[in-house]
Design a protein around this ligand. Structure first.
Ligand SMILES: *[C@@H]1O[C@H](CO)[C@@H](O)[C@H](O)[C@H]1NC(C)=O
Ligand SMILES: *[C@@H]1O[C@H](CO)[C@@H](O)[C@H](O)[C@H]1NC(C)=O
Ligand SMILES: *[C@@H]1O[C@H](CO)[C@@H](O)[C@H](O)[C@H]1NC(C)=O
Length: 215
C-alpha cells in the first residue's frame, strides 16, 4: 500500500520533472512559429527604396493584408486570400484602382520557418538574435529574449525591419472587404493576371507592376 503510494508519488514527480524539463529546454534552434493572428508595422529597404507596411496576418481566416507606402508614395492595399487571389488596390484620396491577381502560393502557414537552418546568435539592431536561413532565400532574426522577429533579409538584399509585433491583434472583418470597383472591373475586363508571388507573400512587389521601385 505504502509502496504503491510511493510509486505514484515518484511517477508524478518524474512526470513533473520531465514536463518541466521539456518545456524549459524548448528547442531554441527552431524559430518560434508565427502566432495565428498578429499585426506588425514593418520597415522595408530595398537598395535604399524605403517602404512602411502595416502587416496583418490572419491564418484562421486564411488572409493577410499589406497596407503599404513607399517613401513619399501613395498608400496601397494588398489583400491576399489563401485561395491565391489578391486584390491590389488604391483608394480615395488617391485614384481608385484595383488589380485582381492570382498567385501560385497561398498564405504562409504559421510554421513556415520549419526546417530552417540555424546559424547561431548575432547582435543585430540592439537585439541579441537567433539567426536562421531558410531555403536559400531568407535570413530570419529572432530576439533571443522575447522570441519575436527582429528582421528578415531576402537574399536579393531587401531587408524588413520589424517595428511592432502585436500578437493576437485582429483587423475587423469590415476592413477585409475589397472596394466594389475591384469586382466590377474584374467582370468588365478579363484583366485578371496570373502572377508569381516571390518569397512566400512577403516580397510580392516584383510581381506587381508599379511596385516597390517605381514609386
Ligand atoms: C537601405 O539599404 C541600403 C543598402 O541597400 C543602405 O545603404 C541604406 O543605408 C539603408 N537605408 C536605411 C534607411 O536603412
Ligand atoms: C478567394 O476568396 C475571396 C474572398 O472570399 C473572393 O473574393 C475571391 O473571389 C476568391 N477567389 C477565387 C478564385 O475563388
Ligand atoms: C490619377 O489618374 C489621373 C487620370 O488618369 C492621372 O493623370 C494621375 O496621374 C493619376 N494619379 C496617380 C497618383 O496615379
Amino acid at each position: 500500500m505504502a509502496s504503491a503510494t510511493e510509486e505514484r508519488i515518484c511517477f508524478c514527480l518524474c512526470l513533473f520533472l520531465f514536463l518541466n524539463l521539456s518545456t524549459s529546454t524548448a528547442d531554441y534552434t527552431v524559430p518560434a512559429p508565427w502566432p495565428k493572428q498578429f499585426h506588425s508595422v514593418l520597415f522595408l529597404n530595398r537598395s535604399g527604396n524605403l517602404r512602411k507596411t502595416d502587416f496583418w496576418y490572419d491564418w484562421p481566416n486564411g488572409r493577410i493584408f499589406n497596407i503599404f507606402q513607399n517613401q513619399l508614395g501613395i498608400l496601397k492595399y494588398d489583400l491576399a486570400w489563401n485561395n491565391r487571389t489578391s486584390f491590389f488596390y488604391t483608394v480615395d484620396p488617391f485614384n481608385s484602382t484595383c488589380e485582381v491577381l492570382h498567385f501560385d502560393v497561398g498564405v504562409l502557414p504559421p510554421n513556415w520557418l520549419h526546417g530552417a537552418n540555424y546559424l547561431g546568435q548575432q547582435h543585430s539592431e540592439n537585439f541579441l538574435c537567433n539567426v536562421w536561413e531558410k531555403d536559400d532565400f531568407i535570413w530570419y532574426y529572432e530576439d533571443v529574449v522575447t522570441r519575436k522577429p527582429v528582421k528578415w533579409i531576402f537574399h536579393d538584399g531587401m531587408i524588413t525591419h520589424v517595428m511592432t509585433f502585436e500578437v493576437g491583434a485582429v483587423l475587423d472583418d469590415a476592413h477585409w472587404q475589397a472596394p466594389v470597383y475591384c469586382f466590377s472591373k474584374a467582370e468588365a475586363e478579363p484583366q485578371q493576371k496570373y502572377m508569381r508571388r516571390t518569397s512566400y507573400l512577403l516580397d510580392f512587389e516584383d510581381a506587381v507592376e508599379g511596385g516597390f521601385s517605381s514609386l
